[in-house]
Ligand binder design. Sequence first.
Ligand SMILES: *Cc1c(COP(=O)(O)O)cnc(C)c1O
Length: 371
Amino acid sequence: MVDLKTQYEHIREDVNKAILNVIENTAFINGPEVSSFQSELENYLDIKHVIPCANGTDALQIAMMALGLKPGDEVITPSYTYIATTEVMALLGLTPVFVDVDPKTFCINPSLIEEKITPKTKLIVPVHLYGQAADMDEILAVAKKHNLYVVEDNAQAIGCVYTHKDGTISKTGTMGDIGCTSFFPSKNLGCYGDGGALCTNSDELAEKIRMIANHGQSKRYYHDVVGCNSRLDSIQAAVLRIKLPRLDSYCDARRKAADHYDNFFRSIDGITTPFRADNNKHVFHQYTLILEGIDRDELKDHLESKGIPAMIYYPVPAHKQKMFASFGVENMVLPVTDWLTERVISLPMHTELEEEQLNYICESVKEFVNK
Ligand SMILES: *Cc1c(COP(=O)(O)O)cnc(C)c1O
């Protein structure tokens, strides 16, 4: 699905030098690479505070801890997402309240949020799924009206630019109270291990987040709140410092591959290509088709037999996971979520796709459809 090896070949010298430098300086934890990366990412996102942490799941957990949510508080979120988004809610004793997604963007449908709000609702967690921004103007308006926090799960969309109704622009992850992202190797800005970050424009939240991620410590050996231990290590920060200046060109490469796929698949019956909203710039973390009247499992097998990986993101939505059985949500009807989970398939998508490879993948899909 991704070709991290070829991407590495292009930056090998810089990366090797940067990693070696960390080792020579033995500044493995909280070294200068981490603080430099932090300020470079603040500049890139145009946000006041970035707080690096160990992974994207931790970022979400720390965000919900920093907002002071209490067990039993309700959080509005899509069910159609990677499990990390909703898992941390359950871990903190919060109640995920699942809302259906928009059939075009695959992101939470803002017009269905208000009916799910109760006096216990404290937070909305939109997910910018597959690299496209959720409908943030609408989400922020509902949140404001009902005095709710917003935490953006930006693990799949770093680099995406959203245009507000008034024409101003924001990067995804910077519009809510807190944005969370992941630097898992296959993400659009991936390191060579685990990594993640939170970002916020609030000085107060930034201070809380820093404290929570560092054992609840206010000054050395004084621990004011229950926290955790979540750090980005210096080697990962050094790798990210090489890749961050290339992030926009990486997103362009993904969009170019998506254009190629779109042009080919647009004319094939039974295949719906990814929707691209006018108000944001899709960064194609995934390239995901909707199939109608085409057997998904057989197509996947056919592609595999030709050496092409394809994946189903996600075969089981959160509300149908055993993990949430005690929440009594398995029979909940989320028509669009249920419909999509039976019909989506994701094709290889990364920064190194050559025209020849794209043609081979496209022709292989066509060959199956025409069979
Ligand atoms: C990858 C991902 C996460 C979790 O990130 P990790 O760094 O793997 O913990 C959270 N949410 C979404 C939507 C993701 O895709």
